[in-house]
Design a protein around this ligand. Structure first.
Ligand code: ADP
Ligand code: MG
Length: 427
């Protein structure tokens, strides 16, 4: 068992003037407390975290201290998740995406992953990425414009997954950056008020890292050689949290549901429950929102998780900052139990593709290695794409069957219109 690591980051101030009695946040090592300009603390409450990064910190510093251990572990088979949480314009996107001069967590993580996998010469790696957005409780694929409102499914083999989401197998960091660029372009597509949207949507950038030993260690050691490590890494830029603080989780009524960010409110509830004593863990409301359902294994489960809470230092944001620090304090009490995921079944893509790729390698022997890798990458992506397509069709068929049988069961009862409800419930 290990605790979720939680850091707070202050973005540089944009305030022009300070009044004499301005309240301001003071950082003492890993503690934060609220003071008046004259120096007196406003209350005795101070918050303690794993790290506190002040206004002068860079994304690089934050990455090295908070996120890098999660990335290194992901390469070795541990699931990992890093969130940025905070009110709008507190620096979440800056932290995750960064700038030209100060690349963000995602950029640094991608670079590190490819660097690490190149250093590990005795294992073969297969890395794939996806990029999705949750907007108004709908999941949209940022890598494929046609795929909107995707459903969440669960199977024994795959666990919880977003059906129909494009996954692209990648060989280099540059290929990933191209895909991210495509995702960002799709995110803005057709939106007139991009800022309003981005503050109400979550993005999940995901990398799945599979690896297996290149050669069997000895002919007798087949089981070890066959085991494939599979880890999922989620890098999440959350919606602005200010609405929760203003509405209060308890006072949210159904008709307002359209206007508040439901997933973020449920995330708060999930963190609250998880931070309570162990016995209440049985009733964690993961299924109440798409975000918490997708990230279920990362919250109170099998993953190494870090939360970067971004806050604005200005006096005008004191209440929002306090809300964020309270969320961060509760998150600090949550424990996870991460373990290396080794699987022997066909659930690993690396295993399913093994024969075809070996055949292709033999066929193309003697080719320039760069050409060979390109052909293999294309073959891998083609195979994976048709697999995902088959899976999607199978699920659509299954849904039609359920819908038909529900309709048949309701026929003559006057409740035919309930079928949609039942189909949704089955998801
Ligand atoms: P959010 O995603 O939380 O809504 P942004 O990341 O878009 O907020 O940040 C709002 C503005 O503040 C942006 O112009 C961004 O470049 C700037 N900013 C945020 N954090 C930092 C930082 N640590 N250093 C420099 N500029 C920052
Ligand atoms: Mg943002």
């Amino acid at each position: 068992m290990e605790k979720i690591s939680v850091a707070v980051r202050f973005r540089p101030s944009t305030a022009q003037n300070h009044l004499p009695d301005d309240r301001h946040w003071r950082i003492d090592d890993n503690r934060i407390s609220l003071h008046r300009s004259l120096g007196t603390p406003i209350s005795s409450v101070s918050f303690a975290f794993d790290h506190v990064f002040d206004q002068s910190s860079t994304n690089g510093t934050l990455y090295n201290q908070l996120t890098k251990p999660i990335i290194d572990a992901a390469v070795h088979g541990f699931n990992g998740t890093a969130f940025a949480y905070g009110q709008t314009s507190s620096g979440k996107t800056f932290t995750m995406n960064g700038s030209q001069e100060d690349p963000g967590i995602i950029h640094l993580a991608v670079k590190d992953i490819f660097h690490s996998t190149q250093m590990i010469t005795d294992r073969e790696f297969l890395i794939r990425v996806s990029y999705m957005e949750i907007y108004n409780e709908e999941i949209n694929d940022l890598l494929s414009l046609g795929s909107q409102k995707l459903p969440i499914h669960e199977s024994l083999e795959r666990g919880i997954f977003v059906a129909g989401l494009r996954e692209e197998i990648v060989n280099t960091a540059e290929q990933v950056f191209e895909l991210i660029k495509l995702g960002e372009a799709n995110r803005h597509f057709g939106e007139t008020n991009m800022n309003a949207r981005s503050s109400r949507s979550h993005t999940i950038f995901r990398m799945v890292i599979e690896s297996s030993i290149k050669e069997p260690m000895s002919s007798g050691d087949v089981s070890n050689a066959d085991a494939i490590r599979v880890s999922v890494l989620n890098l999440v830029d959350l919606a602005g949290s200010e609405r929760i603080a203003k509405t209060g989780a308890g006072g949210v009524r159904l008709k307002e549901g359209k206007h508040i960010n439901k997933s973020l409110m449920i995330l708060g509830n999930v963190i609250n429950k998880l931070s309570e004593s162990g016995r209440q863990r049985a009733h964690i409301p993961y299924r109440d929102s798409k975000l918490t359902r997708i990230l279920q294994p990362a919250l109170g489960g099998n993953a190494k998780t870090s939360i970067i809470c971004t806050v604005a230092p200005e006096e005008v944001h004191v209440e929002e900052t306090r809300g964020t620090l309270q969320f961060a304090s509760r998150a600090k009490r949550v424990t996870n139990c991460a373990q290396v995921n080794e699987i022997l079944t066909d659930a690993a893509l690396l295993k399913r593709q093994k024969l075809e790729i070996e055949e292709l390698r033999t066929k193309l022997q003697g080719q320039h290695s760069e050409v060979l890798e390109q052909v293999i990458l294309k073959q891998r992506n083609d195979m994976h794409k048709s697999e995902l397509e088959c899976e999607k069709l199978a699920m659509e068929l299954e849904e039609k069957k359920i819908s038909r049988s529900t309709r048949a069961a309701l026929k003559g009862t006057g409740k035919e219109d309930q079928r949609t409800y039942y189909v949704c419930q089955s998801r």
